[in-house]
Design a protein around this ligand. Structure first.
Ligand code: ADP
Length: 325
């Protein structure tokens, strides 16, 4: 004759069965499974109820169902992910992300750059793959672009900017998820993500869904940019993400005639803010016409002018970030 245990074992594995108890014709089966196995459990219950001397059957599920809201996106082929974020637009976040990605590659890392800036994807212009649709060999996954020694993909390659702007948060996030997880990255040491500016729903979702190893915040030295940078730092820190530090962009301008440094937006604003907030100051990048010109022409300054002082500034920041990973 089959025992209760034998019957339960026909439905569930040894690891899944925690206990089978008979308490005065009340059979209690405790299973280490989630309610996803409800149908199977109902079949078992029906069979057990047919047995003589079994008046009641209770099946207890002890395993918690994972909440899909907390699942992280799986990006295959990528070891580390860092975000480049800013509190507001126009402070040079994307330009910094591109040049940092190239500088990390110069340090010997295999680097990928992902442009998640749904409000103004500018990486295709800066890396010369604008108006080029991504290649897909199987109709399901995309090949990343490869330029200047790094792999890259942009949300701007999937959708045009007008569409992106009218999309609500969840739609924008699923487009970012699709592109990130369905691009054939492989053998990437560090992925740099150019985040959308600000601290809204999209940024929060990205912070929840991506396994960030750290986030660097870019700001100009003015107070109003810094107020937003502080909001960004607080938001990411509250979500448990490591703040790599603050980068001060457009710190000063070197007069081409007298070589004097002019602090157009004030001096040391980001440095002081970093000190007040207890985050690292990662470095200064000057206002350099070559940064803008080369970005617009599709060759980042690091690739175009490898010996310029601004290139060196990006490289020093990349080295500091690399040491923190
Ligand atoms: P964000 O991503 O924060 O919106 P961008 O990276 O698109 O900002 O930069 C805004 C503009 O400022 C671009 O035209 C860019 O070329 C220019 N820019 C950024 N950093 C510098 C810099 N250090 N020197 C000169 N121009 C810069």
């Amino acid at each position: 004759m089959e025992t209760y245990e034998d019957i339960v074992a026909r439905y569930f594995s040894k690891e899944e069965i925690q206990s089978v108890q008979n308490m005065h014709s009340h059979l209690i089966v405790t299973l280490s499974v989630t309610t996803e196995k409800q149908e199977k459990a109902d079949q078992l219950k029906n069979e057990l109820l047919q047995l003589p001397n079994t008046e009641r059957v209770s099946i207890i599920f002890t395993k918690q169902r994972q909440n899909p809201l907390f699942d992280k996106w799986q990006i295959k082929g990528v070891k580390k992910i860092i975000g480049v974020a800013s509190g507001k637009g126009g402070v040079g976040k994307s330009t910094t992300a591109v040049n940092l990605a190239l500088a990390l590659a110069n340090l010997g890392q295999k680097v990928a750059l992902f442009d998640a800036d749904i409000y103004g994807p500018s990486i295709p212009t800066m890396l010369s793959f604008e108006n080029t649709p991504p290649v897909s060999y199987d109709g399901k996954t995309f090949e990343p672009f490869e330029n200047f020694g790094i792999k890259a993909m942009s949300i701007g390659s999937l959708i045009d900017q007008n569409t992106a702007l009218i999309w609500r948060g969840s739609k924008a996030c699923s487009a970012i998820e699709q592109l990130l997880t369905q691009t054939n990255w492989s053998d990437v040491d560090t992925m740099v993500i150019d985040m959308p500016p600000g601290t809204g729903d999209i940024q929060i979702t990205l912070a929840q869904k991506l396994k960030f190893d750290g986030i660097a915040i870019v700001s100009t030295p003015q107070d109003i940019a810094l107020i937003d940078a502080i909001k960004g730092i607080n938001m990411f820190a509250k979500m448990g993400i490591k703040i790599l530090g603050l980068i001060q962009n457009m710190s000063y301008y070197i007069c081409p005639h007298c070589n004097e440094k002019a602090y157009l937006f004030g001096e040391n604003g980001a440095k002081n803010t970093a000190a007040q907030m207890g985050v690292k100051f990662l470095g200064d990048i000057p206002i350099d016409i070559n940064v803008r010109q080369n970005a617009d022409e599709g060759t980042p300054i690091i690739a175009k002018l490898p010996d310029s002082p601004t290139t060196k500034a990006y490289e020093e920041i990349a080295q500091k970030i690399s040491n923190l990973l």
